[in-house]
Write a protein that binds this ligand. Structure first.
Ligand code: HAM
Length: 458
């Protein structure tokens, strides 16, 4: 008796078929999806390059230490969301969940040679073990644009301007999104100011904890938010009341925030005013805007989608800010950075919701299809195709067993612009007939003559 007969479980397993679905939270890109993806990437690159950004990339694999280093941390991400494993050489490896630590590594490694400020962009795929939901997946692609080596506030302004330009280049209207601004120093000074007003002090650790909580401000109920505040301020109910009121106060105007914030408010005010001067109208300063990463030191910003009624949907399209110390974890002089990340998942949702995807996105067909009448002409058709490809015309040979009228139909369906039918007459002669499927016009000539026709039509 063999083992399988002994063990019915094993027999079941052997007949079990593998699923054709993708791993949870990641996407397959069939050609039609890939066409949309390519359109998004092309638009990203074009806009970034129009601002003088140069492209870089890194491997998806990084040593886990990169995300655990002090200053680089996002606790939730490191503890709960990274794909981390031990390799065969006992090294702890992580699939990159974001690009910023990797690009900081690249900058730190060449800090002596680079002519700062440098403007770099990348479109990496990133992996985060999140609960898959609308706009959030386990693998996404993210446009990263960062400027390194400049402390000028004008750089913060330019990076935000670029982030907005990307959306405008997709055809978005300014009223379809809102740019929210905050500043780590303004924020910290405000909290300290509130405490001082009560004759109390707050520690840096409490401010860091409060920042992490503020990141969840709009997701938590008021009572959960209050309990979390009580834990941070060690059951100091007066302080908690004041902080809660500050964040919740709808009457609060920016001026009040700036008044609270002493020196830190000046930078934020300058950035807000500069953007308005550059005609960026949909900017609003928001003390409840916080970013999950500890490395931000100055300006932070996020761009949210706005629905037809003018309300923010809470969906974040772009997030970024200034980080002045991230390269320090590699030793050497600190090089400041400011930049943003913009995800393809939310971008695609946004483009679909607002009907901004071009109609012909999946219709970039071949230039030419060569249609052999029968198998005898296959090789001749292939040979002919080579001449057209050499001249940069995308060309397919239809090797199916369909008859010619069906071959012409499928070429039309695939948006092919021209066809050449190859039968016995063409095989034995010197001339071919090039047919324009749109105008139905026909040109008869040698390959060289037809190449001329094609170039004049291009
Ligand atoms: P982030 O806010 O984590 O920032 O991500 C930036 C954008 O990436 C988000 O606004 C969102 O569009 C998209 N995104 C993030 N996570 C996911 C996900 N799980 N699924 C789909 N889309 C997602 C950063 O990563 C910073 N490192 C960006 C940065 C660059 N800051 C300075 N330079």
């Amino acid at each position: 008796m063999n083992e399988q007969q002994n063990n019915p479980d094993q027999e079941d397993k052997a007949s079990e078929k593998l699923a054709t679905t993708a791993y949870k939270g990641v996407r397959d890109f069939y050609p039609a999806d890939m066409a949309v993806q390519q359109y998004i990437f092309d638009t990203w690159s074009k806009t970034a390059e129009s601002f003088g950004f140069r492209r870089y990339d890194t491997s998806i694999l990084e040593p886990s230490a990169l995300y655990k280093a002090k200053g680089a941390q996002n606790e939730e991400m490191v503890n709960e969301q990274t794909y981390t494993f031990t390799d065969r050489g006992d090294r702890e490896v992580t699939l990159r969940p974001e690009m910023t630590p990797s690009v900081a590594r690249l900058i730190a490694a060449r800090a002596r040679e680079l002519a700062f400020p440098v403007r770099w962009y990348s479109i990496p795929n990133l992996f985060r073990y999140e609960r898959p939901q609308r706009g959030r997946l386990r693998e996404h692609w993210q446009l990263n644009c960062d400027i390194f080596g400049s402390d000028a506030l004008a750089v913060d302004v330019e990076v935000i301007l670029l982030a907005q330009q990307v959306l405008l280049d997709f055809g978005a209207k300014p009223e379809q999104f809102v740019i929210k601004l905050n500043h780590k120093v303004t924020y910290a000074n405000t909290i300290k100011g509130i405490a001082e007003g009560l004759g109390k002090t707050v520690s840096e650790e409490q401010i860091a904890e409060l920042s992490r909580l503020t990141d969840k401000f709009h997701k938590l109920s008021e009572s959960d938010y209050r309990s979390a505040l009580l834990a941070i301020f060690i059951q100091d109910t007066i302080m908690v009341e004041k902080i809660n009121n500050f964040f919740r106060s709808t009457a609060m105007k920016n001026t009040t925030y700036y008044d609270w914030a002493f020196g830190g408010g000046l930078e934020l005010e300058h950035i807000e005013n500069s953007l308005k001067e550059l005609n960026v109208k949909n900017v609003s300063v928001d003390p409840t805007l916080m970013r999950g990463f500890d490395y931000y030191t100055g300006t932070i910003f996020e761009i949210f989608e706005v629905d037809a009624d003018g309300n923010s949907t809470g969906r974040s399209l772009i997030g970024g800010g200034r980080y002045d110390n991230l390269t320090q974890m590699f030793g050497g002089e600190p090089v400041s950075g400011v930049g943003f990340g913009m995800g393809d998942v939310t971008m695609r949702d946004f483009l679909e919701t607002h009907d901004l995807l071009p109609d012909n996105i999946d219709k970039a067909g071949m230039t030419l299809a060569i249609l052999p009448e029968s198998a005898e002409q296959h090789l001749f058709a292939e040979q002919t195709a080579l001449a057209f490809r050499k001249a940069d015309h995308s060309t397919i040979v239809d090797l199916s067993t369909k008859n010619i009228s069906k071959k012409i139909n499928s070429a039309t369906e695939n948006n092919t612009r021209f066809v050449i039918v190859v039968g016995e007459r063409e095989f034995n002669g010197n001339e071919l007939t090039l047919k324009n499927l749109l105008s139905k016009e026909e040109t008869i000539g040698t390959v060289d003559q037809l190449l001329e026709t094609l170039s004049s039509e291009a």
